[in-house]
Design a protein around this ligand. Structure first.
Ligand code: HEC
Length: 268
């Protein structure tokens, strides 16, 4: 009867080591799906405080930032990003827009804003203010359809560029994003890799960013994912909010169009 008391995964481990891997990953996923236990909500609360705090040389909050739907309009704004902005004359995603608002409204220099982008999980760090704010702003589009605009020539151009870059092989391993993310069922060790040409798959993926990453102990955003996957490709660090990252995010977001934001996500 001792056998019965063992968890399913242990039984499977005795039977077949390969199947055990699958079963524990499934158990883990089920645990991750418990929304109430998502620490991302605490980070959203912190993000709101940082967002409304007067900071920088101009001693201003970010409440006057225009994320595309008008000054100070947060509800639904993330669901319609990336988009073209007249004031900066370029297409911006959430994070690059935050950088320009911190510069314009609060008077920070770009170098100051970008001095510390991400909490480092190896040092047990908490989220940076930038990460927390991005998670808060994105959350204001929870439950809404992913609906990035495609009217302005700049938006069309950025989308095209993003898909081209997705297929472009580069770096010391000669990888493109497509090497890992353009077919069903690919995996690196136990992690299944999103196929961006599988509508359901990419919708599920993009609708859950920003996400709380259990293995990092912090919330991560799209910019961090782009940086992380460039690390997967062993390229130099990609610049936060750069046109290349915005183009990639624009492509991924358009592939996921029609999906419904389910925020904050929670992932491995
Ligand atoms: C060598 C393989 C590899 C390459 C090349 C690669 N990635 Fe990834 N990608 C990964 C891995 C591994 C993960 C993490 C999967 C996990 O932890 O579940 C991932 C995750 C992602 C995710 C998030 C998936 C999710 O479930 O939320 C996105 C989006 C993504 N990659 C986009 C890209 C883009 C864009 C590029 C090109 C710049 C790229 N990747 C290049 C391996 C790769």
């Amino acid at each position: 009867m001792k056998f019965k008391a063992m968890s399913l995964s242990v039984v499977l481990a005795l039977a077949a080591p390969v199947a055990m891997g699958e079963a524990s990953v499934e158990e883990y996923r089920a645990m991750l799906a418990d929304k109430d236990a998502n620490p991302g909500f605490l980070i959203i609360d912190k993000g709101e405080i940082y967002f409304k705090e007067k900071r920088g040389p101009k001693n201003a909050s970010l409440e006057q930032c225009d994320f595309g739907l008008g000054v100070g309009k947060l509800k639904g704004a993330y669901a319609q990003l990336p988009r073209y902005f007249k004031d900066t004359k370029r297409v911006q995603d959430l994070e690059s827009r935050l950088v320009s608002c911190m510069m314009d409204l609060q008077g920070f220099t770009e170098a100051e804003v970008k001095a510390k982008l991400y909490g480092d999980q190896r040092l047990n760090e908490n989220n940076t203010q930038l990460e927390a704010i991005a998670t808060y702003v994105a959350f204001q589009s929870n439950g809404m359809k992913i609906d990035p605009p495609l009217k302005h020539a700049g938006e069309k151009e950025t989308l095209k560029l993003g898909e081209a870059y997705f297929w472009n092989r580069h770096g010391p391993m000669d990888f493109s994003c497509a090497t890992c993310h353009a077919e069903d069922g690919k995996r690196v060790r136990l992690q299944t890799l999103v196929n961006v040409y599988n509508k359901q798959d990419i919708q599920k993926t993009m609708s859950t960013w920003p996400t709380y990453r259990v293995s990092h102990g912090v919330a991560r955003n799209n910019q961090h994912r782009m940086w992380d996957c460039h690390w997967q490709m062993r390229t130099p660090d990609i610049d936060y909010g750069s046109p290349a990252t915005v183009a990639l995010i624009s492509f991924l977001t358009h592939q996921a169009k029609g999906g419904v934001y389910d925020l904050p996500g929670m992932k491995r």
